[in-house]
Ligand binder design. Structure first.
Ligand SMILES: [Cu+2]
Length: 208
């Protein structure tokens, strides 16, 4: 006589667990794909996913650019507005960090030895070229956008954006020589894989 109520209770319990799983564990997914310019893959570009119709909470991320073996590493660093970038010198020589450009966005963090870091918070959107007064061949870019959902393309054009909540996104592509609005994307729960983004160049643009 008590069997039916117990079974119903147990069934409801199972249902509740099943419904909660996609919300908690599966809500955020990985978005990955390849960026093509015509038929060629594009390296060192940034794929930005900007949420449409909802605000993304600022994460106030900290990113690291390491100066090692006479290079900035990584060379392309996407960050959300308000993020701080640490510039570490790992070489046994002096390095400098500065960004030319418009007077209001230019900065110079000075010249400093191995083991030291300088920090810069980026409160304005845009791309900032990072240079070293000591070594003119050193160059990097900090790409500041409204979103923390961004990935940098590898040599083969592949990119990965981690922990993307489902929903609609505006897609923007940054490359040091050009930028593109690449339409919108609906990300399902669990994310997207093997997504191909194709862009074309306008007349007079240099793709490399
Ligand atoms: Cu240097």
């Amino acid at each position: 006589m008590t069997v039916r109520p117990m079974m119903r209770t147990r069934a409801l319990g199972v249902l509740a667990v099943a419904l909660s799983v996609p919300y908690q564990a599966g809500a955020q997914g990985t978005v990955s794909g390849t960026l093509l310019l015509g038929r060629e893959t594009v390296a060192s570009a940034v794929v930005q996913l900007i949420p449409i119709g909802r605000r993304e909470d600022p994460r106030a991320d900290t990113a690291l650019i390491d100066q090692s073996h006479l290079r900035f590493n990584p060379r392309v660093v996407p960050v959300q507005v308000g993020s701080t970038v640490e510039f570490l010198n790992s070489d046994p020589i002096m390095h400098n960090v500065f960004s030319p450009g418009r007077t209001d966005s230019a900065f110079d963090l000075g010249t400093y030895p191995m083991g030291q870091s300088r920090f810069r918070t980026f409160d304005q959107e845009g791309s900032y070229v990072i240079l070293c007064h000591v070594h003119p061949e050193m160059v990097a870019w900090v790409v500041v956008s409204p979103t923390s959902f961004a990935g940098v393309t590898r040599r083969d054009g592949g990119f990965v954006v981690e922990s993307v909540p489902p929903g609609a996104y505006e897609v923007r592509i940054w490359h040091r020589r050009w930028t593109r609005d690449a339409g919108t994307l609906d990300v399902p729960a669990g994310g997207i894989s093997r997504w191909t983004i194709r862009v074309t160049l306008d007349d007079g643009e240099d793709g490399r």
